[in-house]
Design a protein around this ligand. Structure first.
Ligand code: PEP
Length: 249
């Protein structure tokens, strides 16, 4: 049985007070025992969030990390800094990091290596652009993203990897992949893992869907055989919406 996971990517939202308010509401909600729930606040709110959620089952993830251990990298944050404030999961490869900050499969492979070596968990994001889907290149693009950033890893460390398929055309646009489109891609991804590693590993890896998941569509998407949960952007900023998604399995 694979982990069922719902992770909220807060992006550059929620200051100190807003974080406290949102987390206190989330803490008071009853959560299903079989779903891992995570939130990914901004760097400045990580320590506060870990403290606030100390006795709750919600865990805290970071939205990024630098590939280097320390040094002259102004504005950056290292794996040890994250671990030092109690964070053990890192989101890597989000499409906004790829498009706005020029991250690519090669630079992401470096971040992946550093994060894995630090013993941390990765939520690895990838997905095709609209033009790539329109020209029927979405499978090829996803294969390349996974092969170049992850397939050098040994099978043993895949227990530290969660995948998040996020078609770029569905992120923050209100447009969602249909459940059938999500299932088709997730099954393709599982086959890639099976071909490169083993069928056993392919069955163990959790694959999340991300892209305009809302309370109204979460249940249908999560009911797909190869969809193990969601990475949620906009809807994770509203406690009621996020909890409704958490309860959508
Ligand atoms: C995201 O940014 O990872 C995301 C899925 O955003 P949204 O849910 O707002 O589309």
């Amino acid at each position: 049985m694979r982990d069922q996971i719902v992770a909220g990517n807060w992006k550059m939202n929620n200051d100190q007070n807003q974080t406290q308010t949102l987390l206190n509401v989330l803490k008071n909600h009853k959560k299903p025992e079989n779903v891992r729930v995570m939130v990914a606040p901004a760097f400045t709110q990580l320590s506060q969030s870990v403290t606030l959620l100390e006795e709750d089952m919600i865990s805290v993830a970071s939205q990024n990390v630098n590939a280097e251990a320390s040094g002259a990298y102004t504005g950056e944050v290292s794996v040890d800094m994250l671990k030092g404030v109690g964070v053990s999961t890192v989101i890597l490869g989000h499409s906004e990091r790829r498009s706005l900050y020029h991250e690519n499969n090669t630079s992401l492979a470096d971040k992946v290596n550093t994060t894995i070596e630090a013993g941390m968990e990765i939520i690895f994001c990838f997905g095709e652009q609209l033009e790539e889907r329109k020209s029927n290149r979405h499978f090829e693009v996803v294969k390349e993203q996974l092969s170049e950033a992850l397939f050098h890893l040994s099978a043993e460390v895949w227990s530290q990897i969660v995948l998040a398929y996020e078609p770029v055309w569905a992120i923050g646009t209100g447009e969602t992949a249909s459940p059938a489109q999500a299932q088709e891609m997730h099954a393709f991804i599982r086959n890639l893992i099976q071909d490169h590693y083993t069928a056993d590993l392919a069955q163990k890896v959790a694959i999340l869907y991300g892209g305009s998941v809302k309370p109204g569509n979460a249940q249908e998407i999560f009911s797909m055989e190869d969809v193990d949960g969601g990475l949620i952007g906009g809807a994770s900023l509203n406690a009621e919406d996020f909890m409704s998604i958490v309860n959508a399995f």
